[in-house]
Ligand binder design. Structure first.
Ligand code: ADP
Ligand code: MG
Length: 503
């Protein structure tokens, strides 16, 4: 690969601007950087200033074919590498990602506007953790022996599916990519990722870093738009598994395309996750839990954001006031500044969408918009995509703000009087990704936990995705699980039955 360009520094760099420039115009395929074949690029903009920081290659069906062919060639050899050795290599990747944690954190902060201290650094750390976790699972790719007849040995073996096509969104792109790439590789598949148009850079650097350890072609990444680059990836005949995280609408398109070729598909889609707060909760812990549950530091750009908070009536007013005052104390500003708690929205399109919801809420009779925190006053940030978090009260359950995923720093708080009615409200949703309950009465908590329609229910905490715990929703929130051993086995392998007649 000596003729390949080497635009990036080998050592970790703390200058995200220079790294963003260096990554401009490339995909990463078959072990090296390659310029997009059609020469077309699109802007990657720093959402805190509106300034272009890079140009990403605008991938198309030709690039997809090049990447998938490379992945298909590599897969034949990769599948022969003993599973534990594959795991060990993925584990080695984790170590490299840890060395580059700060670099990746700065780059993701630059391209997405997520605050470095509260969000980006955390994401970069979790990414390394996910690779480390899956790296240890190589020897768990076990089959079974099946009793059939005394003279017949009947066993099942786990085999990889082949080339995996992975499509990821922009909100936590490094983490969501890791949840797909790590188990896919350990299970003996190779991968082609299509990154999100808003955040193509940090994930490409990760791909480069991992290619220092992995054989060429095992992990490839393309940047580009959904219909032009994502769709041909899903459609490519050599892609034997599709894994997607994004919106419900696009997820359905992807599922239909996968169905046309009859390949399995995993979908992690939206959410409208309820948080249910009982009067007997530990009040302060629950208020701070609401801030993290709502992912205010990420401008609410999370599919598990607690965007519907139901509070038992006796503590309702006090809870709203405490939450407002806690969010008021959060500092909005330059994502790369250590003092900043809350950065920007990712793109103008998203900002407009969020503003639309807020306008609608404001106009709803009986509703109150509690606007929190303060816009940054640094003139350098005047074109930044900042928006003040809003807590709505007085909205009823038919409001679009209660029913639809906003993906912004907007939450709705409503009072409730009894467990049965709040359970019915919580379940009255198209979505079923996550839910949390806050109470010291574990009898009530556990009863509701069993009856909530959600893939993940937490009592007295609301953590984000954790390695080793299955993550994934029901109803319109998706199909299948990620992040666990079972997820790797179910979604990245198939079981072959082998019978040996020794009679
Ligand atoms: P958002 O609304 O945030 O753009 P999407 O679900 O549209 O969420 O995007 C998630 C990912 O899906 C992105 O990488 C995007 O490019 C990709 N995508 C969008 N449309 C398609 C499509 N028709 N086929 C495959 N991928 C797509
Ligand atoms: Mg889209």
């Amino acid at each position: 690969m000596l003729d390949r360009p080497h635009p990036t520094p080998a050592a970790p760099t703390l200058d995200p601007f220079a790294l963003a420039k260096a990554l401009s115009g490339y995909h990463f395929v078959d072990g090296g950087y390659v310029p997009g074949r059609n020469g077309k690029t699109f802007a990657v903009v720093n959402p805190a200033t509106g300034v272009e920081v890079a140009r990403a290659a605008e991938g198309d069906a030709d690039d997809v074919d090049m990447a998938v062919q490379a992945a298909a060639r590599a897969q034949k050899e990769w599948a022969k590498v003993p599973a534990r050795k594959r795991g060990a290599l993925v584990h080695q990747c984790a170590a490299l990602l840890k060395e580059h944690q700060e670099e990746l954190a700065r780059l993701i902060a630059l391209e997405t506007g997520k605050a470095l201290r509260t969000e980006s650094r955390v994401e970069a750390g979790v990414v390394a953790d996910i690779f480390e976790f899956f790296g240890g699972l190589g020897s768990e790719l076990k089959g079974e022996s099946v009793p059939f007849a005394p003279n017949v040995l009947s066993v099942t073996v786990r085999e990889p599916l082949g080339v995996v096509g992975a499509i990821i969104p922009w909100n936590v792109p490094m983490l969501l990519m890791a949840l797909k790439v790590a188990p896919a590789l350990v299970a003996g598949n190779t991968v082609v990722v299509k990154s999100a148009e808003e955040a193509p850079l940090a994930v490409m650097r990760i791909c480069e870093l991992m290619n220092r350890v992995l054989p060429p072609g095992c992990f490839n990444i393309l940047s580009g738009f959904g219909p032009e680059c994502g769709a041909p990836l899903v459609d490519h005949p050599k892609v034997r598994k599709v894994t997607f995280t994004g919106s419900v609408e696009t997820g359905k398109i992807v599922a239909r395309a996968a169905a046309n070729k009859l390949v399995p598909v995993t979908l992690e889609l939206g959410g409208k996750s309820p948080m249910i707060v009982f009067a007997d909760c530990d009040f302060d812990k629950t208020v701070s839990g609401a801030l993290t549950s709502m992912r205010f530091t990420r401008q609410g750009q999370s599919c598990t954001a607690a965007s519907r908070i139901y509070v038992e009536r006796p503590i309702f007013d006090r809870f709203v006031a405490a939450m407002k005052s806690a969010v008021d104390n959060m500092v909005m500003g330059d994502p790369l500044d250590e003092k900043t708690d809350i950065g920007t929205i990712v793109s103008e399109g998203q900002l407009e969408k969020v503003r639309g919801f807020i306008e609608e809420g404001r106009k709803t009779p009986g509703a109150t918009a509690h606007v929190c925190s303060a816009m940054p006053n640094d003139p350098a940030l005047k074109k930044g995509l900042f928006i003040q978090p809003v807590i709505f009260t007085g909205l009823t359950s038919d409001s679009r703000l209660v029913r639809e995923e906003i993906f912004g720093p907007v939450t709705v708080i409503a009072p409730f009087d009894e467990a049965e009615s709040v359970l019915a409200e919580a379940n009255d949703s198209e979505y079923g990704l996550a839910a949390s309950l806050w109470t010291n009465n574990l009898k009530v908590g556990l009863d509701l936990a069993h009856r909530l329609e959600a893939g993940l229910v937490q009592i007295n905490q609301n953590l984000v995705v954790q390695a080793n715990l299955s993550y994934g929703g029901v109803k319109s929130s998706g199909l299948g699980k990620e992040a666990s051993l079972e997820a790797m086995l179910e979604h990245f392998t198939h079981k072959k039955t082998i019978m040996v007649n020794m009679g």
